[in-house]
Design a protein around this ligand. Sequence first.
Ligand code: RP5
Length: 249
Amino acid sequence: MLSMGTLDPPPHGKTIAYRFDKIWSVTSPDRLPYFSAGIWNASPSFPLTFIKNPILHRHVAYSKKALVGIIMGSSSDSKVMHAAAEILDEFGVKHEDQIVSAHRTPTRLEDYAKHAEREGFKVIIAGAGGSAHLPGMIASHTIIPVIGVPIMVYNDKGGQDKFKFSAFGGLDSLLSISEMPTGSPVVTVGVNKAANAGLYALKILANEHPDLRRRLKGYKVEQHRSVMKESEEMRRLGLARFATKRFKK
Ligand code: RP5
């Protein structure tokens, strides 16, 4: 399934996140540990080396098996959904990633829910665009908490530069996911906010894993530190100079 030789080289200057995106979109879930272990090496057609992330490579007890199932309605959703995977990777929490379409593979919904329960997933992150039935339908099949990610950008199958946008700019999927009738709730993050879905999943998992709770607190401390650093720079430079530097006007 995986063939490094067929990957296009990323444009010059693209980040590791982009490469995760490319890798992840062509990788079957069982190959992900290989990347986590840093086994992937440079190849002539993909000359950038995999950079080891020190956080990602810290081995943690809570992540021997996948605790989170990430699903999405289409391969085009991976453009947004990879952010959830990256947050989980950063915290060393394993996840299994699949495409399950509520309208194109309706029989897979129930099968996937059973699979998720068998695997012992603690959380399911489900992303979909348009009328976005996937998160709600999965939630109706299982008691595993489901976090829905409404997706705005979709259908890039016409090529990298030809994105089509859902008719209502993501509001369609936001309402489809959040307005589940009473009895089958889905927690919903903002439109395209897949990273928040990853963070929310970590918060749920932190109830059982004190180490994860500590690291999430550290994440908050880091956010605080970063704002304080920027604020100090703004105070020092003055707003006009700060904005010129910040946005390179
Ligand atoms: C939904 O339809 C998917 O979640 C996706 O966001 C949207 C469009 O899918 P593609 O036409 O790009 O496959 O089911």
